[in-house]
Every structure is written in C-alpha cells, then in structure tokens.
Write a protein that binds this ligand. Structure first.
Ligand code: NI
Length: 396
C-alpha cells in the first residue's frame, strides 16, 4: 500500500499555501473565476486534461488510469459566502464582504493535492478519475439551480459515465482527528413549501357570508403535525415546520387569502415520499372541506446525502488502514445541514465523509458560516490522505 499519509504530510506546505491563497481571495457562487483559473492551471501543469465551464465556473480534470476500469468522481466545492471576515488571520479575505467561512478553500486545496498524488500513481489505477471542482454549493446565487445540478446538467456525470463519487467536508463541530464515514443517510434533504389559500373575504361580523382562509390555515397547521407523529416510523427522523403565516389587514375584515410557508426535512427517500404524499392529502383535503381554493408549491432545496453501503464500506476500510490508532465514527451522525452533493449521489453511488477540523486550544472552533470561522489546517493532511487512499482503493 502506498503511504498516503506520508505523501499528504510531505505535500502539506503546498496544500496549506493553496488553501491560504484561496482564503485570501474568496469568490461567491458562480463567480469562482480566479479560483477556477488556478485550479485549471495546477491540473494542466500535472498533464491532466482539463475542461472549463462545466456548470458555469466549474472545472473538471480527467485522469485516465493505465488499466481499464470504472470512472469515479471526486468532488470539491470552491465557493465562499457573503460574510465579512473577523478572524484576524494573516491570510484573511482581501475581498470585502466575502469570506471562506465554510472551509471550501480547504476542499479546493485538498482536491489539488489529491490530484498530484493520484497523478503519480496513474500506472496503477484500474479506471479513471474525474476531479470535479464545483461552483456554488451554498446556493443558486441568482441562477435557477445550484452548482451540483448545473454541473450534472452540463454532463459532468457522463462521457465517460461516472459510477462512483467521493466527497468530503472539513467539520468544525468535531475536533481535528475525528473522522466520520457512515453508510446510509448523512445530511438531510430540504424542501420549501408555500400553501396559498383563497376563500371569500367579507365583514368580520358576518362570517356566514364569507369563506374564512384563516380558520382553514389554522386547521392545516394543526393537521400537519400528525404527519411526523402519526404517519412516519418513530425511529426515522423527519421535520415538518410551518415557519410563516400571512393573512389579513384589519380587525373587522375576514381576508380573501392566507399564505403558509415552511420547510420539510428528511433523510430517507421513502420517508420523504410519504411526508410529501401526506402533506398534499392533508392540505388539499382540509382546504376542500373548508371550501377554500388551494395552490401548493413545493421546491426541493437539496436532495438528502445518502451514502451507498458498498462505497462507504470501502472508504471506511481505507480510513481504518490509514489511521489505525483512530476510532473512525461510522454511527449515524446526522446533520440537518443541506449539501447539494445529494444530487450527484442520487445518480451515482457515493460516499460523503467528514474530517473533524476544530481545535479548542487554538481557538479554531467557531461554527461554519460564522465571521470568525477558521479550522485547524492539520485537517487538510487527513483529508488529502483519506481522499487519495479511498479513491485509489476504489480503482484497485
Ligand atoms: Ni460547506
């Protein structure tokens, strides 16, 4: 076995320099022009075939192994957030109001280092690797879809067809050294819903001449609570939250319309299907019984990230071989955070794993998306080692 950890340690000065450079020059989703340019240049310098403009600012490097085999995709997100940095680090953002507050600077640097390591071993690879540097993970930023969907639309999973995917996140909720590789669901899928009820407005003193959308909305909110409590298996997580209701203008007017907004979170495809089914039945049924017209809009924000059993088992074994002294977490550590890698993992079997990155002693323990967010760069070494080793193991 190649000593991936040793190589990751030797290349750490490169990974760190790249990470700090990206950190200093953060770019928002679909604006990763400088970042993507550097990524393309670095990959080309290795002799890796590069395609730009996949998903607007996305960059894909294609490494052909010497032996035949499947094509796998390693995904690294590149975008920053609209936050003013307050870390005081020497490599702080020089782009006012924009900051790498989620660690995607680290992911991009990890990706370039992994490309260096695996490129040296292409003679041993039975299959091909697509190094996928994705824009706009954090949202759609004015486009109709986010980075992962846009790259899928532009064919990143085709020609040659991607059979497996790997991706990672540095994770400040846990200390550096903690590594998590789980089978099954890891991040929730999220939906946004809007229910628009139309009744018949009128005088507050003459309710019998109206169709009251407020009473209907109230019944719907109450009835929606039965989805999680009565229709979903108690050991499977699901959330249905009504987060906003708007209706009415005065104390003596029964309004014409009412609008209900909220979100649905699930981890499991079947649970999601069931929640959406019951949601529709309850809302339509209640509206009908109250004589209101109803319009339902449900927009998927992200698909859940669900790790394939087999790919996750392979990554878990790679992690155990790499870090024998570390206990690799494989229990269901679920997070409600959204992540658009779920869309790629819907189409190709994948594993999304977490690399603990906080360090209390160094004060590197702020939450993701906080203006003081920064992580322990030792996590970069672990990320590089595990990603290269896991990819190499999938192409044995
Ligand atoms: Ni992130």
């Amino acid at each position: 076995m190649k000593d991936f950890l040793k190589q990751a340690e030797e290349l750490f000065p490169y990974t760190q320099a790249m990470r700090r450079d990206f950190h200093k020059h953060p770019e928002l989703g679909f604006n990763e022009i400088r970042t993507g340019g550097i990524v393309a240049k670095e990959l080309e310098a290795l002799g890796i075939e590069v395609t730009k403009g996949i998903g607007k600012t996305g960059v894909v490097g294609f490494l052909e192994g010497s032996k035949p085999g499947p094509t796998i995709l390693l995904r690294f997100d590149m975008d920053a957030l609209p936050i003013t940095e307050e870390t005081g680090a020497e490599y702080s953002s020089t782009n006012a109001g924009v900051m790498h507050a989620c660690g995607h600077d680290g992911h991009t640097a990890i990706g370039l280092t992994v490309a260096k390591i695996l490129n040296q071993q292409k003679d041993e690879l039975a299959g091909n690797i697509k190094f996928c540097f994705q824009p706009s993970e954090e949202g759609t930023n004015g486009e109709d879809v986010g980075g992962a969907l846009m790259m899928i639309r532009d064919g990143v999973l085709e020609g040659p067809k991607v059979e497996k995917t790997l991706s990672l996140h540095v994770w400040n909720d846990k200390p550096v050294g903690w590594i998590h590789v789980a089978r099954g669901p890891v991040m929730a899928g999220a939906e946004l819903f809007i229910v628009k009820l139309t009744g018949k407005g009128g005088h507050g003193a003459a309710p019998d001449t109206t169709i009251d959308p407020i009473v209907c909305a109230a019944q719907i909110v109450t009835a929606l609570q039965t989805i999680v409590s009565r229709n979903i298996e108690p050991l499977k997580p699901a959330v249905v939250s009504v987060t906003s209701i708007h209706s009415g203008t005065a104390f003596n007017i029964i309004p014409q319309t009412a609008e209900i907004w909220g979100t649905i979170r699930t981890f499991d495809h079947e649970v999601r299907k069931r929640v959406l089914e019951r949601f529709e039945q309850i809302v339509r049924g209640m509206a009908t019984s109250m004589n209101c017209e109803v319009e339902i809009t449900i927009k998927q924000i992200t698909a859940p990230v669900i790790n394939n059993e087999e790919v996750a088992a392979s990554v878990f074994n790679s992690a155990q071989a790499l870090f024998p002294a570390t206990e690799i977490a494989s229990n269901s550590y679920l997070t409600m955070g959204a992540e658009d890698m779920g869309y790629m993992q819907e189409k190709a079997d994948g594993c999304y794993f977490f690399i603990g990155s906080a360090n209390d002693e160094k004060n590197l323990n702020y939450n993701h998306h906080h203006p003081k967010f920064d992580f322990d760069e030792q996590a970069l070494i672990k990320g590089v080692a595990l990603m290269s080793s896991a990819a190499s193991d999938l192409l044995k």
